[in-house]
Design a protein around this ligand. Structure first.
Ligand SMILES: Nc1nc2c(c(=O)[nH]1)N[C@H]1C(S)=C(S)[C@@H](COP(=O)(O)O)O[C@H]1N2
Ligand SMILES: [Mo]
Length: 213
């Protein structure tokens, strides 16, 4: 993956290492690799919806048009894949779950402790609620100023990454963001998602190299 990226890659990698932004065991890529299990799903804006259910005061369902009326947020993050590539200063736009909670658009019950992302074809990814409410987790529609491409999750995906100015935020590996996202389930207890059931680490902290469970 790294052989043909030229001399810029190594220079950039050294810079990130010296700035303390390269987690252990990771290499910088200038590309944006595509990784997922199964096919890329079609998108039909007339039938697509986004649902919120489980440990919430009232369940929610937004159509694609309605989802696009929600308050929007832009986040710049470094993303770290468990397969050892890292991509720096990636720009994401979309909807912050924290904002939805602050605006009362989602009202988690006090019993809500974990969140499952539910994507097309039954793909799932679990995170603690406290991580989903952090500034480094976003329901993203856009990458680097453009709508997501189909293979990166169009029209909507979860993303989680590292904000260099926010070392206080827990940073899980990038698989903890589900592409082709269709809903969030608020849960009283943890359940393992797709890759977590397949042997990957449940918490997946990049700085602790929590790759496998
Ligand atoms: N729906 C879905 N989302 C998914 C996956 C998947 O298999 N299905 N794989 C995860 C994994 S393992 C990774 S590393 C990232 C990769 O995202 P990318 O293809 O945009 O680089 O997506 C995550 N989200
Ligand atoms: Mo992955």
């Amino acid at each position: 993956m790294f052989l043909f990226e030229g001399p810029d890659r190594r220079k950039e990698e050294e810079r990130m290492r010296s700035e303390g932004r390269l987690p252990p065991g990771q290499s910088l890529t200038l590309k944006f690799p595509v990784l997922h299990y199964g096919p890329v799903p079609p998108f039909n804006p007339a039938t697509w919806d986004f649902r919120v259910w489980g440990e919430v005061e009232s369940e929610r369902r937004w159509t694609w048009d309605e989802f696009n009326q929600l308050p929007r947020t832009r986040v710049v993050m470094d993303i770290h894949c468990v397969t050892r590539w890292s991509k720096f200063d990636t720009v994401w736009e979309g909807v912050s779950v924290r904002t939805l909670v602050e605006e009362g658009l989602i009202r988690p019950k006090p019993t809500a402790k974990y969140v499952m992302q539910h994507a097309e074809y039954g793909f799932t990814a679990n995170l603690p609620l406290e991580v989903v409410l952090q500034d480094n987790f976003l329901l993203a529609t856009h990458f680097n100023g453009e709508p997501l491409t189909p293979d990166h999750g169009y029209p909507l995906r979860g993303v989680v990454g590292h904000i260099p100015s926010r070392p206080d935020l827990e940073t899980p590996y990038f698989w903890k963001g589900a592409k082709w996202l269709r809903g969030l389930e608020f849960m009283p207890a943890d359940r393992r998602g797709f890759w977590e059931q397949a042997g990957y680490h449940n918490r997946a902290d990049v700085w602790k190299e929590e790759r496998f469970g």
